[in-house]
Design a protein around this ligand. Structure first.
Ligand code: NI
Length: 131
């Protein structure tokens, strides 16, 4: 059990990197992570887990492909929540902002597989400790 008090505003102010999540809490087998967002992420898939997003600030869009390859995009704003279902190809993008994620420990930011090259501004990670 995690007994550390974490203030999200202070936690977000403690780092600048985009798409490089910090773990703010762990519970059971899950982690709460926060990240700054800006620019295009990479198309990727989490085969075995859904992925929860809460927009803390700014804008965060999630493009998804259905089984036939058709794309839809949900446009999220501060306070919006959204779950990407497991097995769904998705690519976040953002005009700038910050998000909170809730997902199983060990979940990679770039999924079990991704498309193309990982851009320099996207950190392929299972999350970093807050420092
Ligand atoms: Ni994802």
């Amino acid at each position: 059990m995690d007994t550390k008090l974490v203030n999200l505003t202070e936690a977000l102010a403690s780092f600048d990197d985009v798409y490089s999540p910090r773990v703010v809490a762990r519970m059971n087998d899950y982690e709460v992570r926060i990240a700054h967002t800006s620019g295009e992420h990479v198309w990727h898939v989490h085969d075995d887990t859904d992925e929860f997003f809460l927009v803390l600030d700014g804008r965060f869009d999630v493009a998804m492909r259905d089984a036939d390859g058709r794309e839809t995009t949900v446009e999220l704003r501060k306070g919006d929540t959204f779950v990407v279902p497991r097995g769904t190809e998705h690519k976040p993008s953002s005009q700038g902002g910050s998000i909170l994620m809730f997902e199983p420990s060990g979940t990679s930011t770039t999924g079990d597989r991704y498309e193309g090259e990982i851009p320099d501004h996207v950190d392929s990670t299972t999350g970093h400790e807050l420092t």
